[in-house]
Write a protein that binds this ligand. Structure first.
Ligand code: GTP
Length: 319
């Protein structure tokens, strides 16, 4: 078997200037909203959660949406959802497959329920006479705009398979009694633990070129091996057991006809193709984050060792 080692990888964080501005805008808009809807990718429920956003919005009820559940293992998604619900106060979850329009109704139902409970807790006696307001937040590419488009049949929000498509906040009126605020994807500042960063690269939350596509393909293949998920590789003619990593890429390149002059395999094109296949779900359902019960608690919670310091520093500057 191949031995995979990623300990040499350094600095996989991504926090461009517009994310700092977007974080400040979220703080400013917070007083206008009733529920914060935090999207995460069901394949990486904790790695793509951005707990810093939960922290800065913690005065509001939180609805965690585990989206892209079509790409994750169902049982693990449910376990993660229950874990996250128990971790935060005033919190509920919904599991969605936005492109298949699954789970959408539960979002509006759960949001209304959270608002009702929150108002009751705060002693509100009169009914809310304005539309309820939901703020949609999350790291890039988890499907915020797709979700809004799915909820809003007018389809006015731009989407794309690259991170960072949404650059500014926008309010969208859904029905008479509901308004949504779309926000740009925001990463925690600083650098995550290496595996967390690689997972974020694989799900396209971090620009893949920043991490390196070769590295991401190696990480993907290490995960396929770990999950004994061999079917798609076998469909290209990869022979198991594999002892040579190059055999995998060369076999796929030959199958796809990706050649350089001199009949050499075009590895770069092959790697890009493998990442596209992953994005398109061709490797099947695979949850990348390890369930919290099967690892040390610190490994789950401290994915961004220096993010807390940075978030606090930002708060200090603003106060
Ligand atoms: N398989 C799958 N793909 C999805 C799902 N929801 C969204 N996508 C895809 O994920 C990609 C990113 O979706 P967006 O809606 O642009 O994500 P975003 O969070 O708004 O991205 P930013 O603008 O970068 O913050 C698009 O290619 C969508 O088609 C889903 O439930 N399942």
């Amino acid at each position: 078997m191949i031995n995979f080692d990623f300990s040499f990888v350094k600095g996989v964080g991504w926090y461009p200037g517009h994310m700092l501005k977007a974080t400040r805008d979220i703080r400013k808009q917070l007083k206008l909203v009733d529920v914060v809807v935090i999207l995460t990718d069901a394949r990486t429920p904790i790695s793509s959660l951005n707990e810093g956003l939960i922290k800065i919005t913690s005065t509001k009820p939180i609805l965690i949406v585990l989206n892209k559940a079509d790409l994750a293992e169902d049982e693990k998604t449910l376990e993660w959802a229950e874990y996250l619900k128990s971790k935060y106060e005033n919190c509920d979850y919904v599991i969605t497959e936005t492109l298949k329009r699954r789970g959408l109704r539960q979002i509006t139902d759960s949001a209304r329920k959270l608002i009702k409970e929150d108002r009751k807790k705060k002693g509100a006696t009169r009914p809310l006479l304005r539309p309820i307001r939901l703020m949609i937040v999350g790291v890039p590419n988890v499907g915020k705009s797709s979700l809004i488009n799915a909820l809003n049949r007018k389809k006015s929000t731009r989407t794309g398979p690259r991170p960072g498509v949404t650059r500014s906040q926008q309010w969208i009126t859904l029905a008479d009694d509901m308004e949504l605020l779309d926000t740009p994807g925001i990463m925690p500042p600083g650098n995550p633990l290496v595996e967390c960063g690689l997972r974020l690269g694989l799900i396209n939350a971090v620009k893949q070129d920043l991490i390196g596509k070769s590295l991401l393909v190696t990480y993907l293949i290490s995960q396929l091996f770990k999950h004994e998920n061999y079917n798609h590789l076998k469909s290209f003619g990869v022979k198991f057991p594999v002892t040579d990593y190059d055999h995998i890429l060369e076999t796929i390149s030959a199958k796809m006809g990706y050649k350089l002059p001199g009949n050499m395999p075009d590895i770069r094109k092959t790697e890009e193709y493998i990442l596209r296949e992953y994005t398109d779900g061709k490797f099947g359902k695979m949850t990348l984050d390890i369930h919290p019960d099967s690892q040390a608690k610190s490994d789950v919670t401290i994915l961004w060792p220096d993010a807390k310091i940075n978030m606090d520093a930002e708060e200090d500057k603003e106060s």
